[in-house]
Ligand binder design. Structure first.
Ligand SMILES: Nc1ncnc2c1ncn2[C@@H]1O[C@H](COP(=O)(O)OP(=O)(O)OP(=O)(O)O)[C@@H](O)[C@H]1O
Ligand SMILES: [Mg+2]
Length: 450
């Protein structure tokens, strides 16, 4: 994993892992770098927690420092203090020590959001950074200072190890202000969107493609197999089907939350949501068709922020028709999931959706789910790939009997169809890379018993 990126999709991680190893070996051979281990399989780089065994990142954390910097000499120490601490971040510290001191400390202490380490004078700096990577949580942003000033070395650190920036000593105030400070302040600006749970926006290229079906089942999977606390928010307040798909009832109050930011707090959110099992809560409403909504962007933003404080994942079903809420949702969305049907009108609209510029928190590309593959008259997989210009991420089969039966009973489709369950599992793995926790049968069992 590269620093500063949102946790990668499983596929991106696989690609990254492969690329990482190749470059490492080739570059090490070219350089004849004695510092590199001969067994490069042991060089993890800053990989996700699944690989490093580092502790998981917790939502809304208060236990981590914002910035922790290590400098090996008094001059660097002083300049880092003067430039970075003067910028005023809360919970920031500068300490004396080299990269090994950082590794020793972080083996037992929470990883800061931004870490600066000093590799000057260290005999095998790449190995030392690799050791550091093994004790760090994957979302850390690492800036490095050292005494080598070679382009190859810089490239190794930034490209191969995922270091964000490198400065060769002697440090000056100007250098630190130009190259390190922006990372510190940029992180602080991005903070509200990065704190808390991950927001997954699910939307259809057009209406009726199955976006709500996918969103509801994804949320159930994340809560049951992923064992995470999940909020499922249906932003189609007039015709939304999310609650009924999971055998729940829309509740009054969501409209008020979207139109009146002053009323929203955690207590209010408890009152307007319905539990499904012990880890999933549904936020849905059924407003009269002739009563148009007047959602306020500030209210949408506040609602999402509060949900992300409470839940590990917030899955938002956004109606295909562009609503005034879309921009507010996009601003906090970490992962966009676009659902399309396998036909040309849908593909055209999907490509338009795909072209919408990502918000700063969306560091990954959108995931494309093709639903109802194989239905009569559908484009073949090959024709679909040609029309899209890329292969979709997930293909969900056309399962009219099972999907209709599940909707009638108000149970998730994944409880009734193995191919559907596998497709949702593959989608969840793209969204939440890493080994899932052992499945908790409670929620699914309860839903099945209905
Ligand atoms: N994989 C599938 N196989 C067969 N039918 C499906 C599948 N997925 C969804 N459907 C059916 O497609 C219809 C639309 O599904 P859904 O309501 O989830 O779509 P949507 O994109 O949310 O629609 P809307 O734009 O109205 O919100 C439903 O009748 C549903 O049963
Ligand atoms: Mg829908």
């Amino acid at each position: 994993m590269r620093f500063g990126a949102a946790p990668p999709t499983a596929a991106a991680h696989r690609r990254q892992a492969g690329r990482f190893k190749c470059e490492d070996e080739a570059d090490a051979r070219r350089r004849g770098d004695k510092a590199m281990r001969s067994d490069h399989d042991n060089v993890s780089g800053f990989l996700p927690e699944e690989t490093t065994g580092a502790p998981p990142r917790h939502a809304g954390r208060t236990d981590r420092l914002w910035l922790l910097a290590f400098a090996n000499d008094s001059r660097s120490d002083q300049i880092l203090r003067e430039v970075l601490l003067a910028a005023g971040p809360d919970r920031a510290e500068v300490r004396r020590g080299d990269v090994a001191a950082a590794t020793r400390l972080l083996a037992h202490a929470p990883t800061p959001s931004i870490l600066i380490v000093d590799i000057a004078g260290v005999e095998a700096p790449l190995v030392a950074l690799d050791d550091l990577a093994r004790v760090c949580e994957p979302d850390v942003k690492v800036l490095v200072i050292g005494d080598r000033d070679e382009v190859d070395f810089y490239r190794d650190l930034t490209r191969t190890l995922g270091v964000t920036e490198y400065l060769a000593k002697p440090l000056t105030r100007e250098l630190v202000a130009s190259y390190f400070l922006p990372h510190v302040t940029e992180e602080r600006r991005a903070a509200p969107a990065q704190r808390g749970g991950r927001l997954v926006m699910v939307t259809g290229a057009r209406g009726g493609v199955g976006a709500s079906t996918i969103a509801a089942n994804l949320a159930v999977h994340l809560a049951s197999e992923g064992r995470r606390h999940v909020a499922l928010l249906d932003l189609d307040l007039h015709r939304g089907s999310i609650a009924l798909l999971l055998g729940s009832q829309p509740s009054a109050g969501l409209r008020l939350a979207l139109e009146t930011p002053e009323v929203i707090d955690h207590l209010f959110l408890d009152r307007i949501s319905a539990p499904v099992g012990d880890r999933l809560r549904i936020f849905a409403s059924k407003e009269p068709i002739d009563s148009p909504l007047a959602p306020r962007p500030a209210a949408v933003g506040k609602l999402l922020e509060l949900l992300r404080e409470r839940f590990n994942h917030v899955v938002v079903d956004v109606p295909a028709a562009c609503t005034p809420m879309l921009q507010a949702v996009l601003g906090q969305t970490h992962q966009r999931v676009f659902v399309t049907a396998p036909d040309l009108p849908n593909v055209r609209d999907l490509l338009r959706l795909h072209a919408v510029a990502p918000a700063p928190v969306q560091t990954g590309r959108p995931l494309v789910v093709v639903n109802q593959c194989g239905r009569p008259g559908a484009l073949s997989a090959e024709a679909l790939k040609r029309a899209l210009g890329f292969a979709p991420d997930i293909a969900v089969p056309h399962l009219p009997r099972q999907v209709t039966a599940a909707a009638t009973l108000g149970v998730p489709v994944l409880s009734r169809s193995r191919p559907f369950r596998e497709a949702i599992r593959a989608l969840a793995e793209e969204i939440v890379p890493g080994r899932p926790a052992p499945p908790a049968r409670g929620l699914i069992a309860r839903l099945l018993r209905r």
